[in-house]
Design a protein around this ligand. Structure first.
Ligand code: NAP
Length: 262
């Protein structure tokens, strides 16, 4: 047997990496951005929110001893994403990691849905992830390596009982298959692309007062009998982005408390 040179904890160390996180002003993206910094990465923080969400993320990253920049931008604009990547590289260094979490959710019966509602969902959730990956991969191809994780949803795998959201479900199924396709386009050029598909997660998307009844149903329907906390998305993201997942590409990692088993 050859000598063991493996340093397992080091596999999860993100020191020396620069990440771009979209949707970093709230919920899952915010918590993952902080987690990446705690594992050693400097982070470009992108969101369209105009409240203090990004500033809060940046503050916690500074407390973790890492650097970040705040970028107010909309993921439906390719030019804005090119600019975001350029700024991140100019101020933090060559981009090697990306986590795309910006997204929206709403519900409406399919037979009554306005074309604009369907189109907006596709523009943000599917085209937004495409444009993000495109801008990020252009830099990573130049830099010779990179790892991208897109936040999809278990709604891209199953149809949520009682939720009329065909446009959301289709956008997330699109993110999963588009990510696999990109993984194969870039597999020989040093870039890995994977998705995380969260189950019901306690974020502002799901914890609004008008969602109390719905949230209780979400908990009952989940085999683990609860929603995920945002912290529970951090480990899967660090794993997929890090060298611990160096042979993992084109995978959709369900983080759903067992939901898709039933
Ligand atoms: P969240 O708390 O609302 O965070 C999403 C962030 O993305 C918000 O700050 C939002 O800003 C921003 N955003 C939306 N559209 C954008 C755009 N066009 N350009 C730039 N930023 C934009 O929601 P979350 O629950 O953390 O969701 C994050 C991701 O996880 C989404 O892709 C969502 O579909 C997915 N997901 C969530 C759950 C769940 O149960 N929470 C389950 C499965 C998957 P605004 O507030 O202005 O919209």
């Amino acid at each position: 047997m050859s000598e063991i040179s493996l340093d397992a904890p080091k596999l999860f160390d993100l020191a020396g990496n620069v990440a771009l996180v979209t949707g970093a002003g709230s919920g899952i993206g915010q918590r993952i951005a902080i987690g990446l910094a705690q594992c050693g990465a400097d982070v470009g923080l992108l969101d369209r929110r105009t409240d203090d969400g990004l500033a809060k993320t940046a503050d916690l990253i500074e407390k973790a001893g890492r650097r970040s920049i705040q970028i107010a931008a909309d993921v439906t604009s390719g030019a804005a994403l090119d600019e975001a990547v350029a700024r991140t590289e100019a101020e933090l260094g060559p981009l090697t990691l990306a986590l795309n979490a910006a997204g929206i959710a709403n519900a409406h019966p399919a037979e009554e849905m306005e074309e604009t509602q369907f189109q907006t969902m596709m523009d943000v959730n599917l085209k937004g992830v495409f444009l993000s990956c495109q801008a990020e991969a252009r830099a990573m191809l130049r830099n010779g390596r990179g790892s991208i994780v897109n936040i999809a949803s278990m709604s891209g795998v199953i149809v949520n009982r009682g939720l009329n959201q065909c446009h959301y479900n289709a956008s997330k199924a699109g993110v999963i298959h588009m990510s696999k396709s990109m993984a194969m386009e870039w597999v020989g050029r040093g870039i890995r692309v994977n998705t995380i598909s969260p189950g019901y997660t306690a974020t502002p998307m799901n914890t609004r007062p008008e969602m109390v009844h719905q949230s209780r149903l979400f908990e009952e329907q989940t085999p683990m009998q609860r929603m995920a906390g945002v912290d529970e998305m951090v480990g899967p993201a660090v794993f997929l982005l890090s060298d611990a997942a160096s042979f993992v590409t084109g995978v959709d990692l369900l983080v759903d408390g067992g939901f898709c088993c039933w």
